[in-house]
Design a protein around this ligand. Structure first.
Ligand code: MSP
Length: 508
């Protein structure tokens, strides 16, 4: 259904850490998908934000010696300004301390309480503050949390519970009959395995005597709401606050594999109890690793997006993230690998093609585009770019960004080969070959036009600069179905080239 709107979410990020590579990746994916779908005529929207309540934040604030709210304000502001500075443009930025969100959470709690889905009981369990969830003994590895590698704390207290178990069969049946609900499929199978054991009920409160930093339960003021119960509902409250509640049923959640259980099990049971439509899909990605270890604050190997942007430019960073990681799998981050891609694919493959074509256009014709005169090599080139468009669309719609980009670069390689084979720089020495040189360069201007359009969702700044150099208005970036040859009418002028991607010298 091409006209349906499409709504993506990133996780809302904990404010105990400053924006890093892991956060940036998911936000870049969401931003790219929104640009991609908008270019194809869809109403596309994405939400990101910050997760600000709970033990972990209360502890981080205490350590910093400030009140939790002041602490959250500062770090949430840092997330917001980082996305602004890096050109990542969410339609809404949600905070779990927004009064509208807090009222929404209380409303849902009131409803599920009224329908008998909440009870009071005592509990003893093993809690990981890093994950902000209880662990079952069998989920631990050598007694420690598999993610944080720290032993969980034993907590025994009286709390409110949500009858999650009631909904287990329904979500199991859903994931069995609708495999597209969790992608890649390996993660769906992981969830199915979890759902074949009893999932138990979910503890959804914390006594204020132990934790005050949270949303008060509407039916018992001695307790605050469990942080995940609060955080997950932000996906719905955000579109309500944004004035776009109709987007909710079209939602697709982008998440890392560490938060699969909370999203694939807790969340749909909550939605069923709250009588809200379920999400369309969970799209699960792997970890960025450095020297084989997950990048995280506790391990001290943090990559800050603003630093990478300052050194290499945001487009190069976006390209690397989307080209290097196969969505769903882990990938290795290193500056050396980024520089290699930047030099080989961006500076050489794309940047060099643009600067050669525009320089020859300038030198031989003062920038004026000449008439086309296609023969077999030109038609082959056009077919290669039509194929790149089909493959790019196919793969990006399935989140296989690396494959989509590979397809565009295959066509760009062919275009570079076309320059070498037709050798306009040699033909230009013969005045009789002038029309042929003009036709070759016009063909290549079309190649650059299509490349700019296809790559705009991934490389928005570069595409805009390329279009300016081609003398085309930025609004034409969205005109994907424009026929070959229609962009450069007689008398059209291109501008002198400016390097799109300066090569970066590799440290010795
Ligand atoms: N606050 C919760 C999410 C609540 S959503 C209702 C949370 N926050 S987080 O800040 O810890 O993590 C946010 C996301 O960053 C997760 O999807 C996690 O997978 C991702 N990443 C954190 N480190 C990562 C890498 N090194 N690589 C890729 N993504 C990783 O969890």
């Amino acid at each position: 259904m091409p006209d349906e709107p499409i709504y993506f979410t990133t996780p809302i990020y904990y404010v105990n850490a400053e924006p890093h590579l892991g956060h940036t990746y998911t936000t870049v994916v969401a931003d790219t998908l929104v640009r991609f779908w908008r270019q194809r005529g869809r109403d596309a929207f994405f939400v990101t934000g910050t997760d600000e309540h709970g033990d972990k934040i209360a502890q981080a604030a205490a350590k910093a010696g400030v009140e939790p709210k002041a602490f959250a304000d500062r770090v949430s502001g840092l997330f917001r300004s980082t996305w602004e500075q890096t050109g990542l443009r969410p339609g809404w930025f949600v905070r779990t301390t927004d009064p509208a969100h807090m009222a929404f959470v209380q409303d849902v709690l009131r409803r599920i309480h009224a329908r008998g889905d909440v009870y009071f009981s005592s509990y003893r369990g093993l809690y990981c503050t890093g994950c902000e969830r209880f662990y079952q003994e069998r989920e631990l590895i050598d007694g420690v949390c598999p993610d944080h590698r720290t032993p969980p704390t034993e907590i025994a207290e009286e709390n409110y519970f949500f009858r999650m178990q009631r909904y287990q069969e329904r979500i199991l049946a859903l994931y069995e009959s609708e495999p597209e609900r969790i992608t890649p499929d390996g993660y769906r199978r992981e969830v199915l395995a979890l759902l074949r054991e009893p999932i138990g009920d979910l503890c959804i409160s914390r006594p204020k005597s132990r934790l005050e930093w949270g949303i008060e339960l509407p039916f018992d003021d001695r307790f605050v709401t469990y942080v995940w119960f609060d955080a997950l509902l932000s996906y719905v409250s955000a579109v309500e606050s944004a004035g776009r509640p109709e987007l909710w049923p079209h939602v697709r959640h982008l998440i890392g594999k560490d938060i699969l259980k909370t999203h694939a099990i807790y969340w749909p049971t909550m939605l069923l109890a709250a009588e809200l439509p379920l999400f369309r899909a969970l799209h699960v990605h792997g970890y960025w690793q450095m020297d084989q270890a997950k990048m995280s604050k506790s391990l001290g190997n943090v990559v800050r997006p603003l630093d990478v942007q300052a050194r290499f430019g945001m487009d190069a960073f976006r390209y690397f993230l989307l080209r290097e990681m196969a969505f769903g799998h882990d990938a290795e981050f290193s500056e050396a690998a980024l520089v290699t891609r930047l030099n080989a694919d961006l500076a050489n493959g794309l940047g060099n093609l643009a600067s050669r074509v525009l320089a020859m256009q300038q030198r031989y014709f003062g920038g004026t585009v000449q008439p086309l005169d296609p023969g077999p090599p030109e038609l082959a080139l056009r077919e290669a770019f039509a194929g790149a468009r089909r493959d790019f669309d196919h793969h990006v719609a399935r989140l296989a960004f690396h494959r989509g980009l590979e397809a565009v670069w295959r066509a760009l390689d062919l275009a570079n080969k076309y320059v070498t084979d037709t050798a306009p720089f040699r033909l230009a020495k013969d005045p009789a070959q002038r029309p042929r040189v003009g036709a070759i360069l016009h063909e290549l201007c079309e190649v650059l036009r299509v490349s700019g359009q296809l790559l705009a969702p991934v490389l928005p700044e570069t595409a805009a600069r390329l279009f300016a150099q081609l003398g085309l208005p930025e609004t034409d970036l969205a005109d994907l179905d424009r026929p070959w040859g229609a962009s450069f009418p007689p008398g059209h002028h291109t501008r002198p080239p400016e390097a799109l991607f300066p090569r970066v010298d590799t440290p010795a």
